[in-house]
Ligand binder design. Structure first.
Ligand code: SF4
Length: 251
């Protein structure tokens, strides 16, 4: 039987796409970003989180019908507020068949995929075909830097970015600004050059550094040791995008 594993279902989310949304956080991510603020989303297995309020298990297994039933219960509210459902993570494309099967059961809701792009081309195509919008992360264009800070090569991400442009679904490129890492002029200019003129691109969102990124690590029994200076002021250089004719927004 097809099942998926989810570490959170957040209702009434207002930062995960248009309108008021329900966001499904799928467990398991192939990347290991040094700044990840959802460490319980990296392992594909259930995990006990130790919090002052008590222990809880992150990782609930659903069938597509079970998850769709929860999401469809909010359908009227979502539609009335021009919202919908966002599949996030972790990396939702790691469970592409489950996400696709769930999406097919949703009742007329706007569907958004929030992805790192690190997936097979087939999984990207499978899920995007069922979506109304995509949030696509671009972190680092230099392959060595990408390997250093996420643990993996960015070739599949850059390849899939070009595949995405041919799928006819509008998308936003999102850039997490990490001080001294992703926010350098060189990296931002390289991202601007990569997305310039890309078909279907709505805009680039620059996401300011999340200073509570390390908060969940101890609860998950993990260590947060960012190899960069969290206190360094961010370089929020929007000019490289506007000069390239790319709409840009600081989220
Ligand atoms: S892609 Fe997202 S979920 Fe995966 S490790 Fe990076 S920040 Fe965390």
């Amino acid at each position: 039987m097809l099942t998926g594993i989810v570490f959170d279902v957040k209702e009434f989310a207002i930062h995960d796409g248009p309108g008021i949304r329900t966001t499904v956080f799928l467990k398991g991510c192939p990347l290991h970003c040094a700044w990840c603020h959802n460490p319980e989303g990296i392992s594909p297995k259930p995990q006990v989180l130790h919090a002052p309020s008590g222990d809880r298990v992150a990782g609930t297994v659903y069938t597509p019908a079970e998850l769709a039933w929860i999401l469809n219960a909010q359908a009227d509210i979502m539609r009335a507020n021009e919202g919908g459902v966002t599949f996030s993570g972790g990396e939702p494309l790691r469970q592409a068949r489950f996400v696709a099967a769930t999406a097919r059961l949703l009742r007329g809701m706007h569907i958004l995929l929030d992805t790192s792009g690190y997936a097979t081309k087939g999984d990207l195509r499978l899920v995007v075909a069922l979506c109304d919008m995509v949030y696509y992360d671009l972190k680092l264009i230099d392959p060595a830097q990408h390997r250093r800070y996420t643990g993996y090569d960015n070739a599949p991400i850059l390849h899939n970015f070009h595949v995405l442009g041919g799928l006819g679904v509008p998308y936003v490129v999102r850039v997490p600004l990490i001080p001294g890492v992703t926010d350098t002029d060189d990296n931002l200019a390289a991202i601007a050059a990569t997305v310039r003129g890309a078909p279907g691109l709505l805009r680039v969102d620059l996401l300011p550094y999340n200073h509570v990124a390390g908060g969940k690590y101890a609860a998950a029994g993990m260590t947060f040791a960012p190899p960069y200076d969290e206190a360094r002021p961010l370089n929020i250089n929007t000019a490289v995008f506007t000069e390239a004719g790319v709409p840009v927004h600081v989220a």
